[in-house]
Design a protein around this ligand. Structure first.
Ligand code: PEP
Ligand code: MN
Length: 255
């Protein structure tokens, strides 16, 4: 099937040129998000990511800055001219986020939330639909259909690893899903090696494998001080590592 490219601001996902999406798992405060945005711009990142509403496993973990995080996204995207993707977990969060972000993410835990998918289908904003960690490729494509059926065909899929018996990685990157979802769904597919592996030392090799398999882009987590991150520090690159990574794999960056 022909891939239907999706525009996010001035960036096109699915036109044959892999895009790099990077940013913190959670936006923790203005200064850290600003530092990431600056490094992202210098490293040739095309879309910034940053969580405001966080689907944490434990209700006692940092839950994100919520609406305040969306205000920071709005300010930073204007200042740096970078489009931003951020997650919504409920229908009511859509209206808070829709004017302050450029792309809405549906997280792995929400892939089966059909009312949320349908509500996103009634908007015109690009959607990044992550694969549920227990979802088959068919279930994932059907989740995308819930969005498209309501009229919004601006859907990009994100393979972020599935749950298997393996414990040395957080999830198992399903590399077959990249060509299959592209061929069978016609959606651009990006890969998130940070959540797939759960460890930063696998981001580089999994990115190479994903690009070789035809991925339309890569989304990774970065943090100015990963060891102090409030979420997912172990799978985040530092800002210096981001520069090396993007130069090596995307041939971008200013230094
Ligand atoms: C995230 O992108 O930070 C996230 C929570 O991802 P996933 O839904 O894939 O676990
Ligand atoms: Mn994360």
């Amino acid at each position: 099937m022909e891939i239907r490219p999706v525009s996010v601001g001035s960036v096109v996902i699915g036109d044959g040129e892999p895009v790099l999406i990077a940013g913190p798992c959670s936006i923790e405060d203005e200064s850290m998000f600003r530092a990431v945005a600056e490094a992202a711009l210098e490293s040739g990142v095309s879309i910034l990511r940053g969580g405001a509403f966080k689907p944490r496993t434990s209700p006692y973990s940092f839950q994100g800055l919520g609406s305040e995080g969306l205000d920071l996204i709005d300010a930073i995207r204007m200042e740096y001219g970078l489009p931003v993707v951020s997650e919504v977990m409920s229908i009511e969060q859509i209206e808070h986020a829709i004017d302050r972000v450029d792309m809405l993410q549906v997280g792995a835990r929400s892939m089966h939330n059909f009312p949320l998918l349908s509500a996103l289908g009634r908007t015109e904003i690009p959607i990044l639909l992550k694969r549920g960690f227990m979802a088959t490729i068919e279930e994932w494509l059907m989740a995308a259909e819930y969005i498209v059926k309501e009229g919004n065909d601006r859907v990009v899929l994100c393979e972020r690893g599935i749950r298997t018996f393996e414990t040395w990685t957080r999830n198992t990157l399903d590399i077959s899903a990249v060509p299959l979802a592209r061929m069978l769904g016609g959606y651009p597919v990006i890969v998130d090696p940070s959540h797939a592996a759960g460890r930063r030392d696998l981001i580089d090799p999994l990115t190479r494998a994903s690009l070789a398999a035809g991925a339309d882009g890569i989304m990774i987590e970065v943090h100015p001080d990963p060891d102090k991150a409030l979420s997912d520090g172990g799978q985040s690159l530092s800002l210096e590592e981001l520069k090396v990574f993007s130069e090596g794999l995307f041939g971008t960056g200013s230094s």
